[in-house]
Design a protein. Structure first.
Ligand SMILES: NC(=O)c1ccc[n+]([C@@H]2O[C@H](COP(=O)([O-])OP(=O)(O)OC[C@H]3O[C@@H](n4cnc5c(N)ncnc54)[C@H](OP(=O)(O)O)[C@@H]3O)[C@@H](O)[C@H]2O)c1
Length: 230
């Protein structure tokens, strides 16, 4: 889709990757609703701040009512709790699934009729290399991103007849608050990832692999799984 005339809603646009996406969309001439659970924290010039908590269905419905001219939804908001699936706190596992899976699902359900009514457009889901690689230490986060990968595939098929393209962005570590504890040489620039994401939306790519890590992990999917212990 052409971004110059797009009307974008970016969730989690107050910091990190979402902030870069919102700023770059403005540079390209799009109208941008910078959605955040605390809209007063949005500081991207040229955007329209919009209250949207992805775990609060009423706020999603209200955001879809206000942004009634939307043609592009970017499901960017996400959390990483560090919970493991066996030893971790179940409430944290559920919170991660609520934010990273049910959040994009609810937003896509609310905005699909809006985008369709405006003549069609696109949805981008911000996923991870961990949609495909599932280390124990990030088990809960990886499960939520794997579920969101399935969401991307299934909604791509379901929304195509309604004129809505669905893309999935995969990346390893980026230089945002979420990966603050990761050494700098293991992270890519969020600004560069945002630029690749927008290129992918423009070209209608179903999958955008934004760094070496995501490309390597995707290629490894057909390898034999590690053997069981014992
Ligand atoms: N950083 C990485 O290494 C990395 C790698 C692969 C994928 N990702 C994914 O990239 C996306 C952006 O993350 P980031 O790296 O930019 O992290 P970040 O700097 O921690 O930003 C996360 C954003 O999500 C928002 N958010 C969290 N829960 C929300 C909710 N319930 N409703 C609305 N907004 C909510 C945050 O808003 P508040 O300010 O209100 O908390 C913030 O704007 C996420 O989906 C993440 O999983 C990140």
């Amino acid at each position: 889709m052409e971004l110059k005339n797009a009307v974008a809603v970016v969730t989690g646009a107050n910091r990190g990757l979402g902030r870069h996406l919102a700023a770059q969309l403005v540079e390209r001439g799009a109208k941008v609703y910078a959605a955040a659970r605390r809209p007063e924290t949005v500081d991207v010039p040229g955007t329209v701040p919009l209250r949207l908590d992805v775990t609060d269905e009423a706020s999603i419905r209200e955001a879809a009512r206000i942004a009634s001219d939307a043609t592009l939804l970017i499901n960017n908001a996400g959390i990483s709790t560090g919970a493991t699936l066996i030893g971790g706190d179940t409430d944290e596992v559920r919170r991660e699934m609520e934010t990273n899976f049910y959040g994009p699902l609810a937003a896509t359900r609310a905005f699909a009729p809006v985008i369709e009514g405006n003549g069609g457009g696109a949805v981008l889901n911000v996923l991870s290399a961990l949609s495909w690689f599932h280390p124990a230490a990030l088990g809960s986060y990886a499960a939520s991103k794997a579920a969101a990968w399935a969401l991307s595939g299934a909604t791509r098929d379901e929304l195509a007849p309604r004129g809505i393209a669905v893309s999935a962005l995969h990346v390893g570590y980026m230089d945002t608050d979420m990966a603050a504890g990761v050494p700098a040489d293991q992270k890519v620039a969020a600004a560069d990832v945002a630029a690749q994401a927008l290129y992918g939306i423009e070209k209608g790519l179903p999958e955008i692999l934004a760094d070496e890590t995501s490309r390597y992990v995707k290629e490894s999917l057909s390898a034999a799984p590690r053997p069981n212990a014992g």
